[in-house]
Ligand binder design. Structure first.
Ligand code: ASP
Ligand code: MG
Length: 419
């Protein structure tokens, strides 16, 4: 199972290069299934186009449009492989048996029925599947699985086909201790556990789609993230619970992730009564908005009122603000503040379980770099802070250095904009 991202198939030349690479694997005696993303920034361009014809495109039609990007690259790759003398067949997600829920734009895979893939493989063909898409079980409409979800298609198919592992080809050599576009001294990580990778993805590391990692962990599919521009070994994401060696030798922190995709809403002057927080978050939940960090202040003694702040995806900002404005009178809060000039910076590592000093070291590094912390949240293997958007880069670099992650040589970024 191999998956190639958009920057690996950005133009005709790159498609031919991928074709040669796929064929080389086939010639080593493997059956090959390839999952492919849309070429370069095609998905973004299709999205822009949709917004030009309609400010609020119908979700069903948007999915019809966006899935065409992956169909293009799948068909082109099949042609290129054919030209090299092998037989290849491309399939849409629906044809490949990717069955999903009906939520357009963010459907979930509920089943894979890979019959057509298996018979094509039996006939000796290279199979190419358009990533990021499926078909709704109920409506039979075409769905998409969320931005970046070709990774998820690949891992789901790998699991369904019983593949030994899943190779995800991208434009960097693997998973890094921080985004090499921000931290040139970031180090490539040779192997990382599913749980650390999950936290990294959830905290904004774009290298792997979050649901892909969830899927890989659940089905125990080892994932090899590597560059399509070199032959170097990449990063293995796998079960490391039996990792050998004493804990002391493990790095305290595996990586630093950042996320500029969130905004912060602050609701001021909330009456400190039982049930008000529930009321507020029910309203948000009814909009199907996922909130991330939440902070509630101690209420003022004289007014018995408090402030509540939380973060949410920027893309859900408008809806959430409107929904909250609608309940302002009923709840009786004073004001609603919306700030999308923030970023989240997280340090992640199972090593911190056994080391109490991680928070202190992280916060001191931020202070020395003159970064103000606006919000904090933690899990067993992660500490995240919200900072001003303009200070994100500085915060990432400071944390990276403070935890001794800097490498001597510079990381290589082969292509892509990282978006
Ligand atoms: N082409 C889709 C996107 O840009 C899916 C993917 O690349 O994984 O989000
Ligand atoms: Mg991607």
């Amino acid at each position: 199972m191999q998956k190639f991202g958009g920057s690996s198939v950005a133009d005709a030349e790159s498609i031919k290069r991928v074709a040669r690479r796929v064929l080389a694997t086939k010639q080593q005696g493997h059956e090959v299934v390839v999952v492919i993303s849309a070429m370069g920034d095609t998905t973004d361009e299709l999205m822009d186009l949709a917004l030009q014809v309609s400010p609020m495109p119908a979700p069903r039609e948007l999915d019809m449009l966006l899935t065409s990007g992956e169909r293009m690259s799948a068909a082109l790759l099949a042609m290129a492989i054919g030209d090299l003398g092998a037989t290849a067949r491309s399939f849409t997600g629906s044809q490949a048996g990717v069955i999903t829920t009906g939520t357009h734009g963010n459907a979930r895979i509920i089943d894979i029925t890979p019959g057509r893939i298996e018979s094509a493989l039996d006939e000796g063909d290279v199979v190419i599947v358009a990533g990021f898409q499926g078909v709704s079980q109920d409506t039979k409409d075409i769905t998409t699985l969320g931005r970046g979800a070709s990774d998820t298609t690949a891992v789901a198919l790998a699991a369904a086909l019983g593949a030994e592992f899943c190779e995800i080809y991208t434009d960097v050599d693997g998973v890094y201790t921080a985004d090499p576009r921000i931290v040139p001294s970031a180090r490539q990580i040779p192997e990382i556990s599913y749980e650390e990778m999950l936290e990294m993805a959830a905290c904004g590391a774009k290298i792997l789609h979050l649901r892909c990692v969830e899927y890989a962990r659940r089905e125990t599919v080892p994932v090899h993230v590597r560059s399509s521009f070199s032959d170097k070994a990449g990063t293995w994401v796998k079960d490391l619970t039996d990792r050998q060696g004493p804990l002391m030798e493990q790095a305290l922190i595996s990586g630093v992730a950042h996320d500029r995709g969130e905004a912060k809403i602050t609701i001021t002057g909330v009456p400190d009564r039982i049930g008000e927080a529930a009321r507020i978050f029910q309203t948000i939940a009814a909009q199907e908005v996922n909130i991330d960090m939440i902070v509630q202040n101690v209420s003022h003694v004289d007014t018995s009122r408090t402030d509540i702040s939380f973060t949410l995806p920027k893309t859900d900002g408008r809806e959430a603000v409107q929904a909250l404005q609608a309940i302002q009178e009923e709840v009786g809060f004073e004001d609603l503040l919306y700030n999308d000039q923030i970023g989240k910076v997280s340090v992640i590592g199972v090593g911190m379980r056994s080391h109490p000093g991680v928070t202190a070291r992280f916060f001191s590094a931020l202070a020395e770099a003159d970064v103000n912390i606006e919000m904090i949240s933690t899990s067993e293997i992660r500490i995240s802070v919200v900072v001003d958007a303009e200070r994100v880069d500085a915060a990432v670099r400071a944390a990276h250095t403070a935890f001794g992650l800097d490498a001597e040589s510079e990381a290589v970024v082969y292509a892509g904009t990282g978006r």
